[in-house]
Design a protein around this ligand. Structure first.
Ligand code: PRP
Ligand code: URA
Length: 209
């Protein structure tokens, strides 16, 4: 069963309070989402495998650790997932970035795909899918379904806020994918918004409201 890792580091929790606040404008919202993503990226990469390599310091030859294993890829779910890319790329600059475009139909609440561009070797990479909000779970379920259809086998999901309903639906669909999140909030409201949440993450990132 996939696990849910709630990252309760004080810096993340403090920054979460700032982005929940409706008076935080887009510029600050974007910067804080980027900072939080870097901190989430730090946790999500904690179990990366290491190998010993031989190097030469200015003083002697020695063995030291270097990241081993498969190459990494980031897949933001457009639009709001874009806000999480730069923070994680600062930690793993060699990661390739694929994009999956989905919007949630406001009537049916079902995800609709409108864009998909992935690295050509995507099936050889370990992927981190990025989306700040896991509400009903529909978008993340669909995006990860596409990636599995392309042959990807090792995926983690990085979010900022998740609902209990979204986590359950997500793990019912993808029980092999771990979720890393800053907060599991109380519930979804009648419009499938997360409560207390932070509102519409895409609109707040890009100032489109
Ligand atoms: C938001 C959010 C997630 C999705 C979550 O995107 O960024 O992708 O809703 O809801 P779900 O778990 O119920 O699918 P939205 O569809 O508003 O598109 P946007 O990122 O372009 O704003
Ligand atoms: N998408 C968002 O951006 N916010 C929510 O609360 C739910 C879906």
């Amino acid at each position: 069963m996939g696990k849910v890792v709630v990252i309760d580091h004080p810096l993340i929790q403090h920054k979460l309070t700032l982005i929940r606040d409706k008076n935080t404008g887009s510029k600050d919202f974007r910067e804080i989402v980027k900072e939080m993503s870097m901190l989430i990226g730090y946790e999500i990469t904690r179990d990366l495998p290491l190998q010993e390599v031989e190097i030469e310091t200015p003083l002697c030859v020695t063995k030291s650790k270097s990241i081993a294993g498969k190459k990494l890829g980031l897949v933001p779910i457009l639009r709001a997932g874009l806000g999480m890319v730069d923070g994680i790329l600062q930690l793993i600059p060699a990661a390739k970035v694929g994009h999956v475009g989905l919007y949630r139909d406001p009537e049916t609440l079902e995800p609709v795909e409108y864009y998909c561009k992935l690295p050509t070797d995507v099936e050889e990479r370990d992927l981190i899918v990025l989306d700040p909000m896991l509400a009903t779970g529909g978008s993340a379920i669909a995006a990860i379904g596409f990636l599995k259809d392309k042959g990807v086998t090792n995926i983690k999901l990085a979010c900022i806020i998740a609902s209990p309903e979204g986590i359950k639906a997500f793990h019912d669909a993808h029980d092999d994918v771990d979720i890393y999140v800053a907060s599991v909030d109380e519930k979804l409201n009648d419009h499938a918004y997360i409560v207390p949440g932070l509102g519409d993450a895409g609109d707040r990132l890009f100032g489109t409201k």
